[in-house]
Design a protein around this ligand. Structure first.
Ligand SMILES: C[C@H](N)C(=O)N[C@@H](Cc1c[nH]cn1)C(=O)O
Ligand code: ZN
Ligand code: ZN
Length: 533
């Protein structure tokens, strides 16, 4: 049976916990105006004063931290080079030892930095004899007077071969003169994961107190649907992650190339296979063409029935599940820093479905899409092989949005594919099933976690961030929210032109180095945000 990452009701509970400066002010740092009686020093008043004090204290600390990040930048790039050199492709069985090696490398780096690290085995990959790569769980700092932030990232990557069209070797980080650092995983997600490690190192080197306790959870199967992780996160919600005050994930991208963003929504992803088989073995098309019913002929017809040229899904019952656009939402899109020109740049062409920004953003964030990814078993090499493939497996996925339901969507897909195949009247055999499904996620950005990230963004990038939703999926985000009951923030490092999952994936040096500053600054602002913001 295909596995689905199911949905559980959200348990968002705010726990107010004192921070160091509130419980142990070392000296008076605030004198109330004469008109204020000491008896009227309310909690709010006190909190404001503490914030003002901490903001003054934080400025020089952050400056020292930023300077150290700059001076260690070559070392941080070298760390990324070492990580990229390990081809940790989770979807290829033959690369599983590399994924495991990558997890071990990460654990070793964290241990060297002084973190307490555990490698948690996840058992076997469903339906196979393959061991899943371990989850790296780590803790840096255990000070009861500090807030605790739980961060998540993944150390596995998408497949990559130079012959796919890369300009450079995908697993050899190449730093170009214009600052592009090309290599598989540079932006998705090795650069951001190392961002947390680098933030720890720069604090230590600068002699700046680390402002929070950091809990880390790094997995090695994200690009394959986070196999095995949901159970672990649910089980550890009130154990390993028990003292987390909020969650931060850096595994998505800015909407463009100029303005940073904070992200509060993700689409879900239901990934399907359609298998068509007939002949006992691959056949000579000269001998059997016109004689045998061909699986590939059936499959292309099924795939062609799913979606039209303008991306409109042709499956009954999908559009009906999508939440209507509210007047409030309708007004959100105009102010977002996004242009069709930037989109054309990241797309590498002008072949967009829509000509205007709002429709394009809505199509990416709040409407479902269906993509056809490939066909297993079909001839795909250069040349002209005259073969009739005996068995072909088409792969497609639907990016899901509020209020779509996983099971209902699966049923609509199965009914549609079965009906189309029946109408073909083919003697071949067809099977359709979901490989993995992850639910969409949408949170409220009205929380101190987002407020801290917005302040850090202004401090590092000198501008306010956009509040965005993401077209991609990070299946475990919702699980973290449910398991911890805490707010989850997505804080991206890379930009829209990074080419994640594509050829020539890159992370700009500027985004990496400023991104390390951003992650560190975010932790400082987290430490000073009042809990009820
Ligand atoms: C946004 C994130 N960096 C990412 O690339 N996620 C993948 C995860 C995935 C793979 N199968 C289903 N979800 C994505 O959005 O494709
Ligand atoms: Zn990712
Ligand atoms: Zn990815």
């Amino acid at each position: 049976m295909p596995r689905t990452l199911g949905w559980r009701p959200s348990r968002l509970i705010q726990v107010r916990r004192p921070i160091a400066a509130i419980t142990r002010p070392t000296k008076p740092f605030f004198s109330p105006p004469a008109s204020v009686s000491p008896f009227s020093l309310t909690k709010t008043y006190l909190t404001e004063s503490i914030r003002a004090h901490q903001a003054r204290k934080m400025a020089p600390q952050l400056d020292s931290y930023f300077q150290k990040v700059d001076s260690l930048s070559d070392h941080f790039i070298d760390r990324l080079r070492q990580a990229v050199a390990i081809p940790s492709i989770s979807s290829e069985a033959a690369r599983r030892p590399d994924v495991v090696r990558m997890g071990q490398w990460l654990a070793d780096e964290l241990t060297k930095l002084g973190a307490t690290v555990e490698l948690r085995p996840l058992g076997k990959q469903e339906g196979t004899d393959l061991d899943l790569p371990p989850v790296v769980l780590a803790r840096y700092g255990n000070d009861k007077n500090k807030r605790t932030i739980l961060v998540y990232g993944h150390y596995d990557v998408q497949p990559a071969e130079k012959s796919d069209g890369w300009d450079t070797e995908p697993f050899d980080l190449t730093v170009k003169e214009d600052g592009r650092m090309c290599g598989r995983g540079a932006t998705d997600d090795k650069g951001p994961v190392l961002g947390w490690l680098n933030a720890i190192e720069a604090h230590k080197a600068a002699g700046v107190d680390f402002p929070v306790n950091l809990l880390m959870c790094f997995e090695g199967m994200e690009e394959y649907g986070s196999d095995g992780l949901e159970e672990l996160v649910m089980a550890e919600g009130k154990k390993y992650f028990a003292d987390a005050d909020a969650v931060c994930i850096s595994d998505n991208y800015w909407l463009g190339t100029e303005r940073p963003c904070l992200t509060y929504g993700l689409r879900g992803c239901n990934y399907y296979s359609v298998e068509v088989s007939g002949p006992g073995a691959d056949l000579h098309s000269g001998v059997f063409g016109g004689t045998a019913q061909e699986p590939m002929t059936d499959l292309v017809r099924i795939l062609a029935s799913l979606v039209d040229t303008d991306g409109k899904i042709q499956i009954k019952g999908i559009a009906e599940q999508v939440a209507p656009v509210t007047p409030e939402e309708d007004g959100l899109y105009d102010d977002i820093a996004f242009t069709m020109e930037t989109l054309h740049e990241s797309l590498g062409s002008k072949t967009t479905i829509f000509e205007d920004k709002k429709k394009t953003l809505m199509a990416r964030w709040r409407f479902p899409s269906l993509s056809i990814h490939g066909v297993e078993g079909a001839f795909s090499n250069p040349g002209a092989k005259t073969v009739i493939p005996a068995k072909v497996i088409g792969k497609f996925s639907i990016r899901t949005v509020p209020d779509m339901e996983i099971e209902k969507t699966n049923q609509c897909v199965y009914d549609h594919v079965n009906e189309v195949f029946k109408k073909l009247g083919s003697k071949n055999t067809m099977k359709v099933y979901a490989q993995h499904c992850g639910k969409w996620w949408k949170a409220s950005p009205n929380h101190w976690n987002f407020a801290a990230a917005a302040k850090a963004t202004e401090r590092v990038w000198g501008m306010k961030p956009d509040f965005t939703r993401e077209g991609g999926s990070i299946p475990i985000t919702l699980t973290f929210e449910e398991a911890t009951g805490k707010n989850v923030l997505l804080l991206p490092m890379g930009s829209s032109t990074d080419g994640a999952h594509s050829i020539n994936e890159k992370l700009d040096k500027k985004n990496y180095i400023e991104g390390i500053k951003l992650l560190g600054a975010y932790l400082h602002y987290v430490a000073e945000e009042p809990m009820n913001a």
